[in-house]
Design a binder for this molecule. Structure first.
Ligand code: GLA
Length: 392
């Protein structure tokens, strides 16, 4: 059991005395609705059963001591609740520190320090939101250790706020929301303009969700993520000169076609087109799932990839190869890149009997073309963050 390894390590690194508590927060995968969450559109992610495990103990002083079993070479990284600033040397601890800082900004000052040890079984940099998982986990721990009154939805917003303002990535709300609000065997149909959401059962009879990880590392901060976001903001401002909308998510495809020429630049027009069409695809995909029309759901996933490849231009040869090889296989219902793009992973819905062939064929074609191997994970849809009771 992972929590036992986490417990052993915590005691080895920080000592076994006092009230040590154990926690888990999931990773997430987005099924459809990509790059819509900062455009007031819909997303359709789900939490996974893989994620981040944490062991934490409150301290009587102001010190913070952090240790990650994923980055053991970094050793213990220290800080203090009186010195919550992003620092390059602080490495991954900028995520938990950012959340502590964000709690303070929201009027919940963290007065005492803690010892915190993490272990994640989400592949790092894979696009399954290992950083949002750490953020939500930290918020959940702060609530539990220090008694702050804050809902899971607020934990998601605080996580996003810390990512935006402390870690400098202008991400939307999808990842933190999917993690904080996750529900076993359900995806979350979220309207990012209003934060209205609905759980939709994921009934994949005779099929699995397969994640293909490109192993091309992607750092959101130095990627083109922020650039895409500002391209969309500019396009929105141009459209607003002729049409009274709040967000690109307010437009249907037809409305967009009527006003698209107000966007003066061809590239920007394609970015906005993706945001509008992807949002409508997401609405239609959820409807398809509710009607048990998995075939249509898969076709919409495929169309989402094409749009991300051609109009939004966030895929790249690695993700395109994974998806295009997947499409060749009988038994693949749908396949697309997921997350921010520029590396990371793809999500595919694959019939049970085709999963082995999928991994073999996509794996060997990928390695041949790209020169290194991809990794594959058959994942399950899990619950949101929780405290773990250590047994035995
Ligand atoms: C990243 C961001 C999300 C979202 C996706 C793209 O995962 O953190 O907010 O914008 O990219 O859909």
């Amino acid at each position: 059991m992972i929590e036992h390894q986490v417990s052993e390590k915590f005691k080895e690194i920080f000592g076994g005395e006092g009230d040590i508590r154990y926690y888990f927060a999931p990773g997430r995968v987005n099924l459809i609705g990509e790059h819509t969450d900062y455009n007031g559109g819909h997303v359709f992610p789900c939490a996974l059963t893989i994620g981040t495990y944490g062991a934490a103990r409150k301290r009587a002083d102001k010190r913070l001591r952090f240790y990650s079993m994923n980055f053991e070479a970094l050793g213990v990284i220290e800080s203090s609740v009186e010195n919550l600033k992003p620092e390059k040397e602080a490495d991954w601890t900028n995520y938990p520190k950012g959340v502590m800082w964000a709690f303070g900004e929201k009027g919940m000052q963290v007065e005492y320090g803690m010892d915190l040890l993490l272990f994640g079984n989400i592949p790092n940099g894979s696009g399954l939101s290992s950083s949002a998982s750490v953020e939500v986990l930290t918020g959940f721990i702060l609530r539990d250790l220090f008694g702050f009154e804050v809902t899971n939805q607020e934990l998601a917003l605080i996580g996003q706020f810390s990512e935006n303002k402390f870690n400098g990535v202008n991400c939307g709300i999808m990842d933190q929301f999917a993690i904080a609000m996750g529900k076993r065997d359900h995806a979350i149909f979220l309207d990012t303009a209003t934060l209205d959401y609905r759980y939709t059962p994921i009934r994949l009879e005779n099929a699995k969700i397969v994640i293909s990880c490109s192993n091309k590392k992607r750092g959101l901060g130095d990627s083109k993520y922020n650039e895409r976001r500002s391209e969309c903001e500019t396009a929105l401002a141009e459209i607003q000169e002729v049409c009274g909308i709040q967000t690109l998510g307010d437009l249907t495809e037809q409305q967009f076609e009527q006003c698209k020429n107000s966007v003066k630049d061809e590239v920007r027009q394609r970015r906005a087109k993706h945001a509008v069409y992807e949002n409508q695809r997401t609405i239609r995909a959820v409807e398809a799932l509710n009607n048990d029309d998995l075939k249509l759901f898969g076709e919409l996933m495929n169309a989402s990839h094409v749009s991300l490849r051609d109009d939004y231009e966030v895929t790249g040869i690695e993700l395109d190869t994974l998806v295009e090889e997947a499409w060749k296989i009988d038994g693949v219902i749908g396949s697309r890149m997921t997350g921010a793009g520029f590396g990371g992973c793809t999500v595919s819905i694959v019939r049970d009997e085709a999963v082995d062939d999928f991994i073999r064929q996509v794996g060997s074609a990928y390695e041949k073309k790209i020169g290194y191997a991809a990794d594959f994970y058959v994942v399950e849809v899990g619950d949101g963050p929780r405290r773990l009771q250590l047994q035995g």
